[in-house]
Structure formats: C-alpha cells, structure tokens
Write a protein that binds this ligand. Sequence first.
Ligand code: GLU
Length: 480
Amino acid sequence: MSVKVRFAPSPTGYLHIGNVRTALFNYLYAKSQGGKLVLRIEDTDKERSKTEYIDQILKDLNWLGLHWDEGPDVGGASAPYEQSKRLDFHLKAVDQLIQQGHAYRCFCTPQDLDVMKEECKKNGQPPRYDNRCRNLSEDDVKQRLEKGDKAAIRFKIDEPELTFEDLVRGSVRFDLNLFGDFIIVRPDGTPTFHLAVCYDDGSMGITHVLRGEDHLANTPKHILLMKAMGFTPPQYAHLSLIMGKGGKVLSKREGAKSLEEYRKLGYLPEVVDNYLALLGWSAGDDKEIYTMEELEKAFDVKRVNKSSAIFDIEKMDWLSGEHIRMLEDDVYVQKALDYLKEQNCLSESLKLLPLDEIKSILLIFKDNITRFEELVDRLTIYDPNAPMQDEFVLQQEGVSQIVEAVKSYVESVADGESMDFSVLNQQLKESVSKKGKELFLPLRVALTYRSHGPEMKRILPLLKKDLCLDRLKKASEIAG
Ligand code: GLU
C-alpha cells in the first residue's frame, strides 16, 4: 500500500508552531515511506476563513521546504483541494447516508437540546443527545420539512464501544454510550467538519492521518462515519500538544508565534524544521542536528513520543547557531544578505559599501551569531552613523592613555592600508601600563563603540581608518 497523507489547515489564522509541526510530521512521514502529501485547505468556516491566510500558509510551507504533491495550486487527481468547493460531494454523501439508514433528520431546537443537557446534569451524566429523532416516522419528517421546519442531520452510533490502534498512543478505547448521535449537517444546510473531513480523507485515498491530539476524541466518530460511507478508515497518529516550560500552555512570548515571526527573527527554515522535528520525535540516539534530507530518511512515526513536548527557545537558538556554522561561507553570506534585504534592515551607510567588503564583514560574524537578526546590531561596528554604547567603559581611570596610544597607531597606518591587530597589540604593550581586560575592553569600545563582538584581530582589518579616527576623537573626549 502506498502512503498518502494530508495536511489540512483551516485558513482562519496564520500557521503557528503547533500546526507547522503537524505539517512537518506529515511531510516527513510521506518522504520516509516514499508516499505522497496532499495539502487540503479546510475553508468551510466562511466567516473566519481568509484568502490572505491561505496565501500565507502556502508561502510558509514552501519556505520550510514542505512541498506537497497535490493541492490547490498544483492540482491533482482528487481536485478541488479547497473544502468549500467540495460541498456538492459532501451533500451527495449525506443523501446516501440517509438512504442507507445511517443518518436521519433531527428537528430538535436549541432549547430542546438545552433541556436535554440539564436532564443529563441532574442525573450526574455528561451531556449527550438522547437520539429521540431517530424514531420519527417518514411521514412525520416529510410533513415537518414541508411545513418549513429546519432540520439538522445526525449520524447514528449503534456500537457500544470502539477501539482503534493509534500509531503514537497504541490501543485507544472509547465508550460510545457516552456519545449521542452527532450532527453531520447543520440546520442551515452546511456540513460539519466531521462530515467534510471524513468524506475528503476517504475520497482522496488518505492512508494515514497525523494530527493534533485535540482531535483524538473525534476519531471514533470519524472511523464510524468513514466506514458507513464505504471507505477504509486511515490509520491515525495523534501528536501530543506542544507546551511551554513547566508544562504550561505555550505563551506567545515563549514560542506560540506565527511562522512569519520566526522568519523575521532570522531563523533559517532548516532550523525550524530541525527543531520542530525534535519536539516529540527522536531517532533514539543522541543525534540532534539534522539536515532536511537526513530527517526525511530517519523519521519514524513509531518513535513519536506520546507525552507532551516542551518548547525550549534556548535549544532552538543553539540549533540555529549550529546550522549557521554548517553553511558554506558563500551560502552563509548570500542568506545573510537576503535576510537583511528582505527585512529591510541593512543601514543606509552599510549599503554604500562595496559588495565585497560587506561580504567580508558578514563572514566575521558567522561564528558569533545564533540567528540573522543579530547581525543588525552586530553590523553597527562598521556603521559610521551608529551611536556609541557602553560609554561607561571609557570613563574608567587611565583610559585616555589607551585611547592616545591606539590613536597614534591608527594615524601611523598608511591610507588605504588595513590595520593589523598584532602590530597594535605590540605597540600597546610598549606604551600602556594596563593589561588584559582593563586594556582590551576600553580599546574595543573606543574602536567599535560597543563592548561585545568577535575578536578584535578579525574586526580591525576591515575597519576604516577615518572611522576609527572619528571614534577615537569622541572616545578621548569621554576618556577618564
Ligand atoms: N482543519 C483541521 C484543523 O485545522 C484539521 C483536521 C484534521 O487534521 O483532521 O484542526
């Protein structure tokens, strides 16, 4: 049997970490099994679905490299892939369910249902529809429809219990006595999520459904419904939720951001893929850094963990730095430049530098950043318009001697020639009494206007003499 999975987002918002992981696991499962991935847009909620969200979902998935084989933009044998365009199929399937005795019309009003709920509560039972409209006669139904009464359509649950094998959770059993017959078409004539998802999974030949555990309680309904429609139910794998530290609901600050926000923060797509793959899955060894190709081979749904995964931004940052280091130098430079241009955060003065110079500058930071956004701040070292930071360092006693000594070195460098830290270092040793951090921290602040950055021996050759002299002038005004 060849594997066919689907990612079925509702375009009622942007993709966030949770549904991106669902998309990723489906993609990886398809790849690891030589199967296919379908992208289906579940846009039946007319009020909340927006085209702008659909566009962004497609853009995000493409950015992550999660390419699909069938979908709204690429078409496929089961088109259309927007659920809203499949209404006729859904209603036809419902007619058949009614004809075969699997479904029936229910005229209960919201008030009737409220009374039923109260009854259950009084008897200490969970709320449940009591299936009363099952027994309406055909004539009754006909008359009430002719009268214009609105009816929902409900699916009959006859079995007392249902057990299925979840690929993540193992055997899961449900007591169906707790379930009333459930609605598959609302009184306004629109099919519910249960009907649409089951018909679409069945008619598209979906073999495996990997989705969030928030859908676990729907699965018995889905299995029964699919069987009644004549489909073989897929195998299900319910993925545990992603939680924040301490097992709490993931907050926005901690990580429940949209994917677009991660892109803005300068994470590479492969970092998001790698990190999310580790949220709930591991190959069973210590390996943590994966390329997408490696993930496609290594992923195994049986190794998905059923306890909830904890989102840890520090780990994601660590992985991000590792992936940046893994890039070839020219690829790194290109990606960094693309990022800075896309986010429009290359300062005007840096834009004026020759491309070769910008590239060499970017390379200095390759070992030193965890994500590209950090470059914006780091690059100010080379920006003549950047304001001075960490002034207090220069106010320490004895700093003016250092500033003067550095100045005399910089002045001695011929125009157009690059500076050499080892020469500067040698001269300072001879002319300045301070050593170690007491010497090098003020030196760094005087020349770069900040107290952190890569090694001075890497920074210095690319710093312009004029820029250094300007900075040293200001530094000597402040120096203690
Ligand atoms: N559209 C549903 C959701 O976004 C997915 C349904 C499913 O995966 O079965 O939650």
